[in-house]
Ligand binder design. Structure first.
Ligand SMILES: NC(=O)C1=CN([C@@H]2O[C@H](COP(=O)(O)OP(=O)(O)OC[C@H]3O[C@@H](n4cnc5c(N)ncnc54)[C@H](OP(=O)(O)O)[C@@H]3O)[C@@H](O)[C@H]2O)C=CC1
Ligand SMILES: N[C@@H](CC=O)C(=O)O
Ligand code: NA
Length: 427
């Protein structure tokens, strides 16, 4: 049986998972693709750390040993980050090597440009693992939603933050303790800043929007808020109002425009997304014809992510065998038109503090009336800080324009402080 030789860049959490899967599942892989897979060369920074990786023929720090090896037909990039991953992938594609990557930072920032380079060189560039780790969501959108009009894609797309929120909620761990454990378990990025600030989820929403709507967004086109500013008070207040706070990414078509955001969001406790815990992710895709569909699975971790990488590798091998390499992973293209802020409407949870003296609530309700907003729930929490009242409000639907005006007026009303304004999902 012929062997397909692979090169690999990076041998961390995901890279080790890929080696383990190739080693453990060789019979199944041979049966499915009719070829042996052999990882010939792996590029790392610290070879001394990886001497036990049994199946590797060659471990090196020199990228050129993969780039210039004519036997290697597919290269898997698992080093992460933009540089040097971008330059490496560009050189590999120019050398007519097919590429698989799990790198959402890179694909969200330069995906269309790299896809064009792959196309010019008749090569495959696939990146199923870049969104929601082990959930086969990109290929599902390409294949199974090919003819339906997708109206909305939303969900929990970062495993680390969902793990942290679950431990804080259910086990009452401190934020730092939960983050440290997520790092030890290999869920977090090498630098977890992008996880906790929501940027990692934002990258995934850019890729999902490209697949769902054909729209090419940039990270600055929409608002991203992470869990690093989330307050324990709001988590418990939301719970007492019947909600769980989750980091939700959402991309929705509204009156012909697209609205995208990533932010802590109040999810009703009986909503499917409220039940997604630990490092698990869930992506809800709403099609005009099919309605709501939900895809659930591990969003991070070595073996689950490796499974997505292997699905790309086996697809690329099939293309090599059939001579069909070089078709873009996603071919849907359309112009990105941002949604009109007057048309984007959601209920909001507002977390306020104000001096505990008469007249303050009246001041607040006057501002709400002035922007023509109303609320469905309002609670004043027991006062812990002397002289300060904590007030939590669930509004009826507010447009983005009303929300911006509310924030402006509350800033001017200097005695009332708006500590958080989070979207509320409806069932
Ligand atoms: N971990 C997860 O659950 C998931 C990760 N991803 C993505 O997969 C990719 C890999 O992640 P993960 O495995 O967690 O990362 P790790 O930090 O665990 O591993 C990174 C590997 O890349 C190597 N490396 C880093 N920089 C270079 C360089 N310049 N040249 C050569 N080798 C380099 C490191 O070498 P050395 O070991 O010698 O230091 C290490 O082996 C990232 O893009 C990540 O976002 C996607 C989905 C889930
Ligand atoms: N750090 C990421 C890994 C997968 O993409 C996450 O926690 O989701
Ligand atoms: Na995936």
């Amino acid at each position: 049986m012929e062997t397909v030789k692979l090169g690999m860049l990076g041998l961390g959490t995901v890279g080790s998972g890929v080696l383990e899967m190739i080693e453990n599942n060789e019979n199944k892989i041979r049966n499915i693709i009719g070829r042996e897979l052999s990882v010939k060369t792996v590029v790392v920074r610290h070879p001394e750390k990886h001497q036990n990786a049994a199946t590797i023929t060659k471990l090196t720090t020199e990228f050129e040993e993969v780039l210039n090896d004519e036997e290697i037909q597919i290269v898997v990039e698992l080093i992460g980050g933009i540089h040097p991953a971008k330059e490496y992938i560009e050189q590999l594609l120019r050398a007519h090597k097919n590429v698989v990557t799990a790198n959402k930072d890179l694909i969200a920032s330069y995906g269309p440009e790299l896809a064009a380079l792959a196309y010019e060189n008749h090569c495959d560039l696939m990146y199923e693992a870049s969104v929601a780790g082990g959930i086969p969501i990109l290929r599902t959108i390409v294949n199974s939603f090919a003819a339906d009009n997708i109206l909305e894609v939303k969900g929990i797309v970062n495993g680390t933050t969902n793990y942290i929120l679950t431990q804080m909620n259910q086990k009452h761990w401190a934020y730092e303790e939960a983050l440290k454990k997520a790092q030890e378990l290999g869920f977090a990025e090498a630098d977890p800043t992008n996880d906790v600030t929501g940027k990692d989820a934002a990258y995934k929403m850019i890729i999902l929007s490209y697949f769902a709507f054909g729209a090419q967004l940039k990270i600055d086109d929409f608002k991203t808020e992470g869990i690093d500013t989330l307050n324990a008070y709001d988590v418990s207040q939301a719970e007492s109002l019947g909600y769980v706070i989750k980091l939700v990414g959402s991309a929705k078509v509204i009156n012909g425009g697209v609205f995208v955001d990533v932010a802590p969001t109040l999810v009703p406790e009986d909503h499917p997304l409220a039940t997604i815990n630990n490092e698990f992710n869930a992506v809800m895709v709403t099609g005009k014809a099919v309605g709501d569909t939900l895809f659930y699975g591990p969003g991070a971790g070595g073996l689950p992510t490796a499974n997505s990488v292997l699905s790309d590798i086996t697809s690329e091998v099939k293309n090599l065998i059939m001579g069909t390499s070089g078709h873009a992973f996603n071919t849907y293209q359309s112009e990105y038109v941002p949604a009109d802020p007057d048309n984007v409407r959601y209920p909001y949870y507002l977390s306020l503090t104000m001096p505990d003296v008469s007249g303050q609530m009246l001041k607040f309700t006057r501002i709400m009336a002035d922007i023509k907003a109303s609320f469905s729930q309002i609670v004043q929490a027991p006062i812990k800080d002397e002289g300060i009242a904590h007030v939590a409000v669930i509004t009826h639907e507010l447009s983005q324009s009303q929300l911006a005006e509310l924030k402006k007026q509350l800033q001017q009303a200097d005695s009332i402080k708006l500590n958080a304004a989070y979207k509320v999902l409806e069932n």
